[in-house]
Design a protein around this ligand. Structure first.
Ligand code: AHR
Length: 522
């Protein structure tokens, strides 16, 4: 529950015109009442999941360089990238798409690489896909980074038999045709496949289906997604495009009892216009706040889709799986348009943190999310340029927030001033708190206002004789559009934050402008 004061902090442009207003851009106070004496739902660590599609330079170059590459690699997968991803504790990785999933035929991606047939990746630049990265390589990647595989099957252009045999290929330990084919390709033991998606965006690139038609198809395909001994699959049905609530209604009504999870895709577009989304780096403060307004819509979407799910599933057994989210801007000037390569700024880091705070607040329903996408595509963690690699501001947020994985969300009430610019208004401060299994408290705070600091007073009910030592990290940068580049890869990086003070049950945090702070009390 949030309450806002009526004081609005203004944007710099306005303050420059009216110096009197500038006085308002001094520190304001926000208060957060954290109930450490109560417990909310567990923050499923899968909320910190990722998505890697055969799109642009995500798989090829970003992950897969091939065994003969001069870039250091393990069985063709680049070592610098896996080391960085391991450090994020990525719980789950979704693959091979996205739109690509519904034109992917898994048999093309197994066996000796030089014999694998090529195909055209019609969705993403019409490039020729050589299928050198297939099932074995994906499973190897998951093992190397310690993530659980989430495979998305082909409903749009694939057959039921094809899907059924893929699941057998991956998970059966029997002396059966597909399991033996897998063995012939060098993998004796079946893999664990905990998550399987039955189609992607079936309302669009996955087949342009109506919800009724997809619900029937979901049931048909899903019937043949078998649980072989030792492997239980969590089945994820294709869910809505943003605010298409009718899709959720029909899917829950017609197929709800046969799924474990229902997906939701929502991208943050700076301009809200798919034809001209807005630049990743060249934006002013008005575009900044407009983008944050758009990202905060995630909260209402989860609430409304969740309410429909509650109608059919009051026990909240079916997970909401937000398996594509993040900021989607115009591609980087000079890059191949269909490759969706975009830079990543402090704004994107703030977007990631705001979304995590929202996901935590809905942890009773949101069971998994997968940011789009891990490397070189959309809101990436990592950008590569041949042998070079850099970590984006978004990467650092995932790293700073990972302490919340599988922790228990703590109920909180926030009172914050607003941040206002160009006729738009959002809460200046966003907050989340959790307690991990070792009793440590983790508090994450965001100051969306790029012009004014905020003093955040956290009243932690029930802290009592609990944790007393505070440590923290902060991510900020010289400007809201600051980025890391291959020439200057450390411009936006977390730093130690030791300004928080604890007195009794009150934690006082001087939160700088445009900053994300994560604190641990132990
Ligand atoms: O992430 C890029 C694309 O966005 C995915 O392929 C598709 O599912 C969505 O429209």
């Amino acid at each position: 529950m949030k309450t806002h004061t009526r004081i609005a902090l203004t944007c710099l442009a306005l303050a420059a015109i009216a110096p009197a207003l500038q006085a308002q851009n001094t520190a304001q106070t926000a208060t957060v009442m954290i109930r450490a004496d109560q417990s909310g739902p567990v923050i499923n660590r899968n909320i910190y999941g990722h998505f890697a599609e055969h799109l642009g330079r995500c798989i090829y170059e970003g992950i897969w360089v091939g065994e003969d590459s001069p870039i250091p690699n393990t069985r063709g997968i680049r070592n610098d990238v896996t080391a960085a991803l391991r450090d994020l504790d990525i719980p789950v990785l979704r693959w091979p798409g996205g739109c690509f999933a519904d034109e992917y035929h898994w048999r093309d991606g197994i066996g000796p690489r030089e014999k694998r047939p090529a195909m055209i990746n019609t969705h993403w630049g019409g490039v020729v896909e050589n299928n050198h990265f297939g099932t074995h390589e994906f499973m190897d990647l998951c093992e190397q980074i310690g993530a659980a595989p989430y495979v998305c099957g082909n409903v749009g252009s694939g057959s039921v038999q094809e899907m059924m045999e893929w699941v057998e290929y991956m998970t059966s330990g029997a002396d059966s045709p597909m399991a033996n084919l897998r063995r012939a390709n060098g993998r004796d033991q079946p893999w664990k496949l905990p998550y399987f998606g039955v189609g992607n965006e079936s309302w669009g690139c996955g087949g342009n289906m109506t919800p009724e038609f997809y619900a029937d198809n979901y049931k048909r395909y899903n019937t043949f997604v078998k649980n072989y001994p030792g492997n239980r699959i969590y089945r994820i049905a294709c869910g809505s495009n943003g605010g298409d609530f009718n899709w959720t209604e029909i899917l829950m009504k017609n197929a709800g009892r046969r799924m474990d999870g229902l997906s939701l895709h929502y991208y943050t577009l700076p301009t809200d216009n798919w034809q001209k989304k807005g630049s990743a780096t060249d934006f002013d403060e008005a575009a900044y706040i407009a983008t944050l307004v758009n990202t905060l819509r995630m909260d209402g979407l989860i609430t409304r889709h969740g309410a429909i799910m509650d109608k059919y599933d009051p026990g909240k057994k079916t997970g909401m799986i937000i398996d594509e989210w993040g900021i989607w801007t115009d591609p980087e000037p000079g890059s191949t348009p269909g490759f969706l390569y975009q830079q990543n700024s402090l704004r994107d880091a703030i977007i990631a943190a705001l979304n995590f705070n929202i996901f935590h607040a809905h942890a009773d329903r949101v069971a998994m999310t997968n940011i789009a996408q891990t490397i070189n595509v959309l809101q990436a963690m990592i950008l590569t340029d041949k042998e070079k690699m850099l970590l984006t501001p978004t990467y650092h947020v995932f790293n700073m927030y990972k302490a919340h994985q599988n922790a228990t969300a703590l109920p909180l009430a926030l009172s914050t001033p607003d941040y206002e610019c160009a006729g738009k208004k959002i809460p200046a401060v966003s907050a989340t708190a959790s307690r991990d299994k070792n009793g440590r408290l983790h508090i994450s705070l965001v100051n969306t206002n790029p012009n004014a600091p905020a003093t955040v007073r956290c009243d932690i009910a029930g802290l009592g004789t609990g944790p007393k030592r505070v440590s923290g990290r902060m991510l900020t940068a010289p400007a809201i559009n600051s980025v890391n580049t291959f020439d200057a890869p450390h411009t936006v990086e977390p730093e130690i934050f030791s300004e928080a003070t604890l007195s009794g049950e009150t934690l006082t945090v001087p939160l700088p402008a445009k900053a994300i702070v994560t604190l641990t009390l132990e």
